[in-house]
Design a binder for this molecule. Sequence first.
Ligand code: ZN
Length: 310
Amino acid sequence: MLDQIKGLHHVTSMAADARKNNDFFTHKLGLRRIKKTVNFDAPDVYHLYYGDEFGTPGSVMTYFPFPDIGRGRHGVGEVGTTAYSVPEGSLGFWSERLTAQGVKGIRQDASFGENRLEFDGPDGESFALVESKSDGRPVWEKGGVAGDEAIRGFHSASLRLKDGGATEELLKFMGYENVDSSGNIKRLAVKNGNGADVIDIETIPGAPFADLGAGSVHHIAFAVENREKQLEVRKALLDTGYQVTPVIDRDYFWAIYFRTPGGVLFEVATHEPGFDRDEDTAHLGEALKLPTQHAHLREYLEKHLQPLGD
Ligand code: ZN
């Protein structure tokens, strides 16, 4: 069993409209946009990152807004709900706030002994806020939500699978342990994690496979401290028979990717070098940052990328 993985690093999804996406995460959820850059493979598409003040691993939601792509179809073989951690007693505030802002699909319930507020993202993706008693992670307080209500980072992500067995084994190999179960959901958590410690495996045998589109999670990334630990994880996965990509430089972290037995794309990403690599912490996410190989496109991109409106 591996011990290098410290919970979630980021979750990356698809969107249809960059401006609405930016509005949702910064103005509605009160997160900080920590990077405005473009897709490495399709530089005319943004890559937008939202998180806490620093873009701490375990708080980072990222999006590729492909203008006008169709909605994805939800099903099995994908990440289901991405849940954020909020302070105990704050769900009333959030319910009122999100309702007033026209957020859809708002529903309050309880599971695993925790109060949850579920709601839809701008493209029908599934989010939740979960009240946590003892989540001391620092928050971004300049996003319009006070510190005693603001999002702490991720709480968990759920994987919707036709058969959860092999993915559960994989997660245990990656350092996760069964901690609870409820109905068709098995809850696993990593010890000594970064706060974004929980993965729920939801088994839905009869459901169709998901189709990727706006509102779909593209992949989910797990955090390791540095490249040395990443190589240890990569070797262990290769030795177990997984097909893992070489290490890829993503400018703000190093990444490896592999497809899991249930169909979900996993990534393992490093803390280093971090989002302050090319701009001051005080100004994260403000200027358009381009990967070196696309730097020559700046003039074109600044003219053609959809203004975010901020
Ligand atoms: Zn990623």
